[in-house]
Design a protein around this ligand. Structure first.
Ligand code: HEC
Length: 102
């Protein structure tokens, strides 16, 4: 709700309040497995959310969450902040996996 619903919508269906202002379509996050032959691509989803791994160019409408979450950790130090960043991203990926449409 904090970071994702503005674009993806409260139900993650790609219909958040900012979606109409973007020039690309916002993904329906409940259909990822359905679009991938019924298999949820956990590692790909982690890379997409993180955004620091080179999978997508910077300046894409989808923010680089790995960087944002790291900045939010402030002075926690590189080790602690990276652990928290990865934990947040993994939690998001598991959550998205849990809301896949049948
Ligand atoms: C500023 C709008 C915006 C916000 C905020 C946003 N996204 Fe996205 N997201 C997009 C757009 C646009 C796409 C489709 C284009 C793309 O894949 O880059 C997308 C695609 C995705 C995809 C890929 C879906 C697929 O079918 O391949 C995932 C996963 C995702 N977002 C997760 C998240 C998560 C998790 C958050 C919150 C931490 C988030 N997004 C926040 C705009 C946003």
């Amino acid at each position: 709700m904090n970071a994702c619903a503005s674009c993806h919508g409260a139900e993650a269906k790609g219909d958040g309040p900012l979606a109409e202002f973007l020039t690309v379509e916002v993904s329906d996050l409940t259909q990822i497995a359905a679009r991938n032959d019924g298999v949820f691509p956990l590692i790909d989803v982690i890379h997409i959310i993180d955004g620091r791994t080179g999978g997508r160019p910077h300046g894409d409408p989808m923010p680089v969450w790995g960087q944002r979450f790291k900045e939010a950790m402030g002075e926690a130090g590189p080790y602690a902040s990276e652990i928290v960043v990865r934990g947040r991203i993994l939690s998001l990926a598991y959550y998205i996996e849990s809301i896949q449409a049948e």
